[in-house]
Ligand binder design. Structure first.
Ligand code: ATP
Ligand code: MG
Length: 165
């Protein structure tokens, strides 16, 4: 159902019945201080959904994990590289977050997704596990030498009132 077209994720199947209600896209340098920037931006954008403050904290956490992965693993902490974040809110209340880097990519995605697997012994290997547990869907597309895209989706069924931002 999900495909990569010209290097971008496209919800081919879902688009037929899910319309994008709001959308934001931004790009930043691969600097550790931009982890906080990206998580705050996505958290602020997501706060227009019918969700709780706890939901927003979870959204921020998964963004931190994915962006940190791009900086640390994708780019080996090279600050001159770029990370792209694309966030969409669909008319059914779903939130889609795509975090994309153009770094070294992942050789073995299945292994990378295993809880506690890390290619770096100083890490716990739990980033993908958090992303998967806090979101309803997670997909990883990666090609060695070309980069990695992580697509995260969470459904927020309407609760009938808005969370305070
Ligand atoms: N954007 C990426 N580019 C290249 N490799 C990645 C990327 N994201 C994840 N990986 C690989 O997948 C592995 C697992 O990632 P995960 O976030 O689960 O754990 P970690 O980053 O190693 O540890 P933690 O997130 O707990 O600090 C990483 O160790 C790394 O080898
Ligand atoms: Mg990680």
């Amino acid at each position: 159902m999900w495909s990569v077209i010209k290097g971008r994720w496209t919800s081919l199947g879902l688009e037929s019945y899910m319309k994008v209600k709001n959308y934001v896209r931004f790009e930043f340098n691969s600097l550790p201080e931009n982890v906080a920037f990206a998580r705050s931006c996505v958290g602020a954008f997501a706060s227009q959904l019918d969700c709780t403050l706890e939901d927003i904290e979870e959204i921020k956490l998964v963004v931190s994990e994915a962006v940190s992965n791009s900086i640390i693993h994708g780019y080996n902490n090279d600050p001159s590289q770029k990370i792209e974040v694309i966030v969409s809110i669909f008319d059914n209340g779903s939130l889609e977050i795509i975090i994309k880097d153009f770094g070294k990519g992942i050789e073995n995605i299945e292994q990378a997704l295993e809880p506690t697997y890390s290619s770096d012994p100083s890490h716990m290997g739990l980033g993908f596990t958090f992303m998967r547990s806090f979101m309803d869907e997670m997909e990883v597309i990666s090609e060695p030498g070309k980069g990695t895209s992580v697509r995260l989706l969470r459904h927020f069924p309407s609760r009938g009132h808005q969370a305070m931002a």
